[in-house]
Design a protein around this ligand. Sequence first.
Ligand SMILES: Cc1cc2nc3c(=O)[nH]c(=O)nc-3n(C[C@H](O)[C@H](O)[C@H](O)COP(=O)(O)O)c2cc1C
Length: 328
Amino acid sequence: MKIGPYQLGSNVILAPMAGVTDRPFRQLCKHLGAGMAVSEMVSSNSLLWGSAKTKRRADHRGEIEPRSVQIAGADPAMMADAARHNADNGAQIIDINMGCPAKKVCNVMAGSALLKDETLVAGILESVVGAVDVPVTLKIRTGWDKSTRNAERVARIAQESGIQCLAIHGRTRACAYTGEAEYDTIAAVKASVRIPVVANGDVATPEKAKYVLDYTGADAVMIGRAAQGRPWIFREINHFLRTGQRLPEPSAKEVRDILLGHLNNLYAFYGEYTGVRMARKHISWYSKGHAHGAAFRHAVNQVETVADQLDMVRHFFDHLAEEKELAA
Ligand SMILES: Cc1cc2nc3c(=O)[nH]c(=O)nc-3n(C[C@H](O)[C@H](O)[C@H](O)COP(=O)(O)O)c2cc1C
């Protein structure tokens, strides 16, 4: 799949997730086969651009191309400024968020709330596309609620406004994360536009990725929650799409090494204090489903230093590897 000048190495993409898809996680997923990884959303409110958090979100040093940055907001002129600001700071693709269900975002008429006002949608898209030379992409839900589902109309507005790729999370805002993702709506959108369409929602296995690609006709799939603690899901899906075969699960030793590398990158990116805290949720996700995982999570969440955190993680996965060897 191509977005503007960027030919993606894979049509399996990491979804933007606030608090999760920071540079270390994006880079890891890209190394493990994600064709693209969209950054956490950056507010269009310029008053926030100087904050440490927003500056860190805009830090792309060393990141594998293409670098896609998501922006959110409801004012066309502010969104255009945000797009310019991020393009000037290294974004190669600007992604507009009209999919976020968070109250904090929707209450200011941004994120998925924008889907209720198609005139404003067009205004924002045209304003952002006109403001930057880099490709602009859009992420939406299927509508605000089931009675006002308008993804097909929004998709056509997007195409006419010069949007170069559309990602759709197959749920309305009102559906939050409940129910099955609506792949029929994604298929209808794909059939009604010429721009590339990315299907998103509930893809957690290689088989499901293939099913969703076949069923919707979408050009790519986007993976969110299923990549948490399982960044190798990208290589698993790539392999399955290429060969029809499942790769074996990574060994405990490989998981240990992937996680230790991930942690070291988190510490380097955030520093010790924030790095240790950011690492906790990732460590929990990686340890999910493993024997003694609950006790380990409880213990590892108490430690405050890099040395202790690394030590406990190493010990947990070494022990797991030994148990698996004994059982084999
Ligand atoms: C923790 C978390 C944070 C998210 N943050 C964003 C965000 O900043 N922007 C956005 O467009 N979507 C965001 N999403 C939605 C995801 O990009 C994705 O659309 C959704 O999780 C459905 O995909 P999945 O079923 O593969 O998880 C977030 C989801 C999660 C779980």
